[in-house]
Ligand binder design. Sequence first.
Ligand code: GLC
Length: 755
Amino acid sequence: MTELTGNATHIAAEENKLIIETYGAKAEISIYGPEIIRIRISKRNAAPRESFAVIREPAALSPCHEEADAITLETGALTLRIDRFPLRFSFFNKNGQLLGADDPRFGTTWQGDRVITYRKLFPGEKFIGLGEKTGNLNRRGSNYVNWNTDAALHTPETDPLYKTFPFFIGIHDGLTYGLFFDNPHKSYFDFGATTDDQMSWFGADGGEMNYYFFGSASVAKILEDYTWLTGRMEMPPLWSLGYQQCRWSYMSAAEVLDVARKLRERQIPADVMYCDIDYMDNYKIFTWNKDTFADPKAMIDELASMGFKLVTIVDPGIKIEEGYLQYDEGIREKFFAAYPNGEEYVASVWPGRCHFPDFYREDVREWWGRSFAALTDPGVAGFWNDMNEPAAWGQNIPWLVQFGKFTLPEVRNAYGLEMSKATYLGTRKLLGNKRPFVLTRAAYSGIQRYSAVWTGDNAATDEHLLLGARLVNSLGLTGLSFIGVDIGGFMGDPTPGLMVRWNSLGPYIPMFRNHSAIMSKNREPWLWGEENERIIRKDIEQRYRLIPYIYACFYQSHTTGMPLARTLAIDHTHLEPVYDPRFQNQFLFGPSLLVAPVVSTVEETEVYLPPGTWYRLSTGERFAGDQVIMAAAPLADLPVFAKAGAIIPMQRVIQSTSFAGDGVLELHVWHGHEPSEFLYYEDDGDSYNYLDSDYYRRLLKFDPESNRIILGQAKGRFASRYREILLLLHGFGTHTPTTFTVKNDRQQILVTITK
Ligand code: GLC
C-alpha cells in the first residue's frame, strides 16, 4: 500500500527547525545557508540518522509567514513555500521563479519502508550529476540505482557501478538547482523515464526522506555549496600529480625496480610505482611476501633514489588464519562484521575465506589505521583501497550482517567511504606532517575529504575511453576532483593506436595512472613500437609541463569545490550543444583548456567550441567559438584548445616532481579581448604547513585594454621554487617571449606588452 503524505496538522518552530506534523509523518525544515534548505521527512518518532557525508550544522531558522493554507520561509535568497493541504514543498528564487517542487499529486510517499519523493518535471528540464553513472551527460529520460557493486566487466550501459553520490543538478528555464538525497540505503533516481514526462522521482529502500535543496543560480555555486556541506579535498601530495605506473601485478621487488629504471633510462617522466595484491604474503593485508618482496625498505629506498614513490593496495578482506596478526587482533577485539548472534560473517575474496572489518566503528577504524605501520615503516607513501563495495565475489552479503549500529542494507553504500576514512586518518597520523595519498574504488558522498577515486575495471576499448571521460566529468559534479581511469583499459588488450590515444588524454585526466589486469598485455609505454613510445613520452611530458597549472587548479578544488576536469555543463550550462551526444565527452581542464576526447580509429573529429575565441594548443591556430569545427585529430595530436585570455603556468619537463627543475616558470597567456585572471598557487607539495599560510599565492591578470599582465602581490610565507618567470604570449601578434625575474619580495609586477 502507498501512504501519501497528508495534511499538515501541526506546525511549530523548535530551536533552529520548523517541525510539521501530518497524520503519519513528521517533517523538519532547517536552513544551512541562504541557498541551502534541508527537508527531512520521517515516519513519526523515527530517530534522526547521523550522516556519513554532511559536516555542517544548520543555521538559525529564517522568518516564516503563515497564510491560511501555506507557510512561507524566506532565507534572503530562496523562498520555500510549504503547502499544508496536503503537505507539499516548492522552492523559489528571489525573483519568484519556481526552481523545483513536489509533484502536487503525490509529494513524499511510503510503500512499507520504501520512501519516495515525486517531483514536478519541467518541460525541457535537464539533469546532470549522480557521479559515477554510465549514460549521457544529460540524464533526462534515464533511471539509476545506487548500490555499490564490484562492477567488473561493466559496459558503457551498466548500472550501478562502484560508487554512490545521490546528488544531482536540475537545469530548466535558464535556472539551476541541486538536490542531495543523503540516504545510504539502496536508492533510486528517475529523471522523467515515464511516458508523457509525467514526473521525476527519487527514493530509497529505507531510512528517511532527507534532502538538501541548493538554489544557487549557477552550477559552480551549487558545487561550492554542496562541498561546503560535505567537505572539500585537501591539497594532494605533489608527487601524486605525476605519471603513475601500475600493473596487476609487478610480481617482485626486482620487477618493480626494473620498470622504474626503464622509465628513467627511456626518459619517460614518472613519479609513482604501484604494488598490486601480489606484494603480500598470501593476500594477507599488511604483510609482505617474504620471497619476492624480501626487503621492502631497500626497494622503496631505491625507488626514492630514482625519484619514485610507492603506492600499495589494501583490500578489506582479512584472511582467516590463526597467527596472522590482523586476524588474531580482529577476532580478539570483535572488530569484524558479524551476524546478530555474534558469529563473524565469512566472505570469499582474494585471500580465500575472510572477514570484513566493521569500519562503521571508531575503534575499528583506529585499529585499521594503526595497522598501516607495516606499510609506512618501510616508506610506502600511498594507499590504494580496493574491493570495498564490499566485493564478496558472487555472494550476496546476507542482509542481517551487522555493520556498526546498522545492518548491511542500511549502510552498504558507505562502506568504501568509511574504509577510506580509516585509511586516511590512520596514515595521516603515521606519516606525521606528510600528506598521505589515498585512492579508493567504492565511495559515498563526502569521499573527497579523504581520498582520490578511480573508476574501476574498465576495458581496453574506444567506447571505454569515451565513457571514462564522461565518468570523470560526472564525478566532478559531486565534489570530487582527484579522479582517475585506468589508462589503456584494465581488461583486454588495447591496440597500439588505442594505447597512444588514451595516453594522450592522460595529461588531462586528474589522476594519470596506467593500469592493467593480470593476463592482459603489459602496458608500459615502450611496448607499442618506437614511434608510439615517442608520442606517449611527449604526452607524459605534457603532463609534467602542466603541473604548475594543475596544482593551482587543485587549490581551487580545495577552496571552492570546483573540479579540475569540468564538463562544459559547468561553464555553459544553458547551451544545447553541450548536451549533444557528439560533444558531451568534451570538458574543460581547469578554467582554460578545452579537451575533446577522440577514439583511436579516426583522424579528425567534430568539436564544439563554446562562445569566445579558442586557440589550438598544438598549432596556435585561432578559432571563433559558438560553432562546431572539424578538427584534425591524428594520434599524435589530441584536439586541445586554450581559451582566449587563458593564463596557464607551466614548467619545463622534469623526470619526477621530486627533481629540482631549472627554476623557470613559464607563464603562457593567450590573447583575448576580455580581462582575465588566474590564481597561481604553490606550496611545499607534501606537508600540511599550507594550512598555516605556508604557501605562495598570487593573482595573475591580463588586462587587454592597457595590454598589461599583472602579477599581483604574493601572499603567504612559502618561497616559490621558480626563480624566473618566462612570459610566453600567444596570439598577441608577437612571437618574441619576454623574460623577467620573479621578485621574492612579493611585490606586484606589471608587464606592459609592446609590439
Ligand atoms: C580489482 C581492482 C583492480 C586490481 C585487481 C587486483 O579488480 O579493481 O584495479 O588490479 O582487483 O587487485
